[in-house]
Design a protein around this ligand. Structure first.
Ligand SMILES: [Zn+2]
Ligand SMILES: [Zn+2]
Length: 457
């Protein structure tokens, strides 16, 4: 692992399959702003580097690509068509954030490719692959062919789990995966044949059970109704890529069914541009409602200059704004400051809040009791609701996939330490005999089949 070992970080994993060097994902850490924000590619040393496979366009999987490509300019970056289209938004947004947050903490040349022109030049090199179609390659010093297939991962538009095969050895890397339907994106359709090595994410590895989308929708509708009945507005902080599109369509269907009133919806940040890319794939990629266009849901766009006096502060409305964890300086953070002084208003948290974020501090605050919010001493008068709409599989979904593909080796990544350990224990119980690895950053593991003389590091 070059990142994402016992954390959700700068996710990246290096595989050397019989002399072909493969990097899966090149993420940027969501919070760390030191040199650890980037994948630790120095640990590859003088091993081969040939292809860079990207599972999806979230920054924690793609945002480190300009850094990795600067170190290894000969890599072939390969991803799905939709991820290639979405990469434009993730990379330019990441470059803007990195230049302002991190520039003083890392050598200047590390950010050399984080500018508009360099990103556009890099994007020319991106190769797009269709779902389930094989792509065969052999590295410069590769001893045999490797075949890669990208499979629908049910996480966000363009997301894929990647199957790799070489001389009868099969490896499956789940990327970020959801085995249940969301509102827009249908569940993963990974093949369930035997694999030798399963590399699995563990985001929700500590959660015994997850509420269904139907139950959570009912609870969210009740919260929205209680706030709007007293003339308040509802703020829903959410990630711009994936969660905002899911929420928009969920709110639209709740209004159509009459479970919530027809309130104006305001959206902020990059969500609108991302929704347009979703719409380009509404027929060609699997969708819960083929042909339904997310940007057709009526919405007003939030202007940066009106955060303290927008229409949503006067008329009951629903506001969807990024970031999802209220990072300081973002639209959702600035709106939350407005919401907190208004007793009739409500904030609905819909996803995981990392303990180091303002979102976590606000979620765990008590009404009218002072608490620390980023660098402020704050109090809140508004209501807080907590809901769970995850784009990641429950532990049960991950374990039952593992059982179906019955791997001899399981590698667990992309989860907090407890989540990785809890998933490892459950898989150990259900797959006795499998070798289970919760890898450490930079440690080399041999996961090949010795009898076939295929070495996989
Ligand atoms: Zn993701
Ligand atoms: Zn991720």
């Amino acid at each position: 692992m070059l990142g994402g070992a016992e954390e959700v970080g700068a996710n990246s994993c290096y595989l050397n399959i019989d002399g072909t060097g493969i990097i899966v994902d090149a993420g940027i850490h969501p919070r760390d702003r030191t040199e650890k924000a980037f994948p630790a590619v120095d640990m590859i040393g003088d091993r081969e580097t040939d292809v860079l496979l990207i599972t999806h366009a979230h920054a924690d999987h793609l945002g480190g690509l300009p850094y990795v490509m600067r170190r290894f300019p000969h890599l072939r970056p390969i991803m799905t068509h939709a991820t290639r289209d979405l990469s434009h938004i993730t990379l330019h947004n990441g470059a803007r954030l990195l230049r302002s947050d991190i520039a003083d903490h890392v050598p200047r040349e590390w950010l050399e490719f984080y500018n508009r022109d360099a990103i556009e030049l890099l994007r020319y090199a991106f190769e797009a692959i269709r779902y389930d179609e094989p792509l065969t390659f052999r590295g410069y010093r590769g001893r045999s062919d490797v075949t890669a297939k990208f499979h629908w991962a049910g996480h966000i538009l363009g997301s894929a789990g990647i199957g790799l095969s070489c001389k009868g050895l099969n490896i499956m890397h789940t990327g970020d995966v959801q085995f249940e339907h969301q509102t827009v994106i249908p569940k993963a359709t990974f093949p369930r044949h035997h694999v030798d090595v399963l590399i699995t994410e563990a985001t929700n590895g500590s959660e015994d059970s997850m509420p269904s989308i139907g139950e959570e929708s009912k609870r969210l509708a009740a919260f929205i109704n209680s706030i709007s009945e007293r003339n308040g507005s509802i703020l829903i902080p959410c990630f711009a890529l994936g969660k905002m599109q899911e929420m928009l369509v969920l709110l639209y269907s709740m209004m159509r069914r009459g479970s919530i009133p027809n309130l104006p919806i305001h959206t902020g940040g990059m969500g609108i541009r991302i929704s347009k890319i979703y719409d380009q794939y509404c027929y060609s990629d699997p969708m819960r409602r083929p042909g339904f266009e997310v940007s057709d849901v009526a919405q007003e766009s939030i202007q940066r200059g009106e955060l303290h006096n927008g229409a949503y502060l006067k008329t009951p409305s629903i506001v969807l704004a990024s970031s999802g964890m209220l990072n300081t300086g973002t639209i959702s953070y600035n709106l939350a400051l407005q919401w907190m002084t208004r007793p009739k208003f409500g904030i609905a948290f819909i996803g995981y809040q990392h303990p180091s974020t303002p979102g976590y501090q606000l979620l765990h605050s008590t009404m009218k009791t002072p608490f620390d919010l980023a660098s402020l001493r704050a109090t809140r008068s508004c209501e807080i609701g907590r809901f769970r709409f995850s784009a990641h599989s429950s532990r049960e979904g991950l374990v039952s996939f593992a059982q179906d593909v019955s791997p001899s080796t399981v590698v667990i990544m992309h989860g907090e330490p407890d989540a990785c350990d809890d998933l490892a224990l459950e898989i150990r119980d259900r797959l006795p005999g499998a070798r289970i690895i919760v890898p450490r950053l930079g440690t080399v593991y041999n996961i090949g089949k010795e009898q076939d003389h295929i070495s996989v590091e």
